[in-house]
Design a protein around this ligand. Structure first.
Ligand code: GDP
Ligand code: IMO
Ligand code: MG
Length: 420
């Protein structure tokens, strides 16, 4: 079997959690391959809402295993809270949740360093989720990190103390007050909890599972435009959010990748700082925020909103080798008279059809305008019942980017879904 991947094509929060939950019954396992508790993946079913941060979105399905891959970073404190919140409803966690030995640990001092670094940046701050993501990946790359496998070693505490001392020295260069001791107990309790799950050599487990003809879906976090390599640098996260990240974050070779599901919202959102060419500051943007309930699932921050940007989506499709598209939140656009889609940019008077090196305020999006639809679509279950103008809008996107839209999500609930 090949590894399928589902990932975001915008700046995150495209609805990955919901779609992975919908697709889970088709898969033996769901595997997260990067990111950490900066992610917030929302699942809604049976009138219940869950937000997952570190744990894959297949966790409520009885026959699905959930793997936290080597590319993920784990905060034992947040992980414990997450387990506590889902324990009652999740399916046999002690058997179905597996954690890679090679996943890196977020220490309390990583979170403090994240906050200190952001504060020092002042108005240039990234708008990080303050979960310690950047300092943890920095330690991974500079070969100082602690991994889940280390917690089984007799000198774990020693390794931990060494890293904490290094962080304390780093923190001295910031003018930043912190209280570290309050976090430490919860952190070590979290480590004990992690020990009670299956800690595995995930790259071997994943490859054996695929070789045994069992299907796995890799669940991306964040989105392509937040990728460390190709996103709107430096306003990005610190991991590879693109399909290639699933190869390194799970240990799966490129020739073993199957379908790549690219998910995007019918409009665009971004939380945190950084460029956003189609951002709206008017009533239309406010309406998207209100109707779409665009507030961060992890931080509660309001999400910036704007029109769909097909220049950016095309770039994301190219980087990921997307084979099928998933569109979410088209229901939020119901009632707009006109729907705009950015189909090229004007930069310094010149029209271009690609994302340039510098994404800044000089980019002026050029829009194609389509007629909106007025009906509420949230109860619709089949393609044929969709309003004609929405069908035209979907066809326009497919033709422009050259990839078929296979799933249309029309509401936050698991059931609000049209499969083409
Ligand atoms: P993720 O990070 O990509 O998993 O997305 P988030 O969970 O952070 O944000 C997506 C938000 O949109 C959540 O509140 C979902 O419940 C909600 N959502 C997902 N799909 C749809 C949809 O098709 N329509 C509407 N109205 N809401 C949706
Ligand atoms: P999901 O998986 C949206 C953003 C932050 C900030 C930047 C860097 O729910 O789609 P970090 O904490 O990673 O150092 O923050 O990335 N960001 C996200 N935005 N959805 C996410 O995850 C995000 N994870 C990080 O807002 O701008
Ligand atoms: Mg989210």
């Amino acid at each position: 079997m090949k590894l399928d991947i589902l990932l975001g094509l915008q700046w995150g929060d495209e609805g990955k959690g919901k779609i992975v939950d919908v697709l889970s019954p088709k898969y033996e396992a769901i595997a997260r391959f990067q990111g950490g508790p900066n992610a917030g993946h929302t699942l809604i079913f049976n009138n219940q809402k869950f937000v997952l941060h570190t744990i894959p979105s297949g966790v409520f399905r009885a026959d699905t295993e959930n793997i936290i891959g080597n590319g993920v970073v784990i905060d034992p404190i947040i992980f414990s809270k997450e387990i506590e919140q889902i324990e009652k409803d999740a399916s046999d966690l002690k058997n179905n949740l597996l954690i890679s030995k090679k996943a890196h640990l977020i220490l309390p001092t990583h979170r403090i360093l994240d906050a200190a670094q952001e504060a020092a940046k002042g108005k240039d701050k990234i708008g990080s989720t303050l979960k310690g993501i950047s300092p943890t990946y920095t330690d991974k790359i500079s070969r100082n990190g602690l991994r889940v496998g280390d917690i089984l070693s007799p000198n774990f505490k020693e390794k931990y103390n060494r890293l904490v001392e290094k962080h304390k020295k780093q923190l001295k260069s910031f003018d930043f007050d912190y209280n570290f001791d309050e976090f430490e107990k919860g952190w070590f309790d979290g480590i004990e909890l992690i020990k009670s799950f299956k800690i595995i050599d995930s790259e071997i487990y994943v490859n054996n599972t695929l070789n045994n003809e069992k299907a796995i879906l890799a669940e991306g976090a964040q989105g392509t435009l937040l990728d460390i390599e190709f996103g709107s640098y430096p306003f990005v996260t610190s991991s590879n959010t693109i399909a290639a990240g699933a190869c390194t974050g799970l240990g799966v070779a490129p020739n073993k990748i199957g379908e790549v599901f690219g998910i995007f919202k019918a409009y665009c959102t971004r939380v945190g700082s950084g460029p956003f060419p189609t951002e709206l500051f008017d009533e239309d943007g406010k309406r998207m925020q209100d109707v779409g309930n665009e507030f961060g699932a992890t931080t509660g921050r309001p999400r910036r909103c704007g029109w769909l940007d097909l220049v950016a989506i095309k770039y994301s499709i190219m980087l990921n080798g997307v084979t099928q598209l998933v569109i979410t939140k088209a229901d939020v656009l119901s009632g707009f008279d006109t729907i705009k889609i950015a189909t090229s940019y004007k930069v310094n008077g010149e029209e271009i059809d690609y994302l340039p090196y510098e994404i800044n305020e000089k980019i002026e999006p050029i829009y194609t305008e389509l007629r909106g639809w007025q009906n509420d679509i949230s109860e619709i279950k089949s393609l044929s019942e969709l309003p004609t103008n929405l069908k035209i809008y979907l066809q326009f996107i497919e033709k422009f980017v050259g990839v078929p839209i296979k799933f249309i999500s029309v509401g936050p609930d698991r059931e609000a879904m049209i499969v083409k």
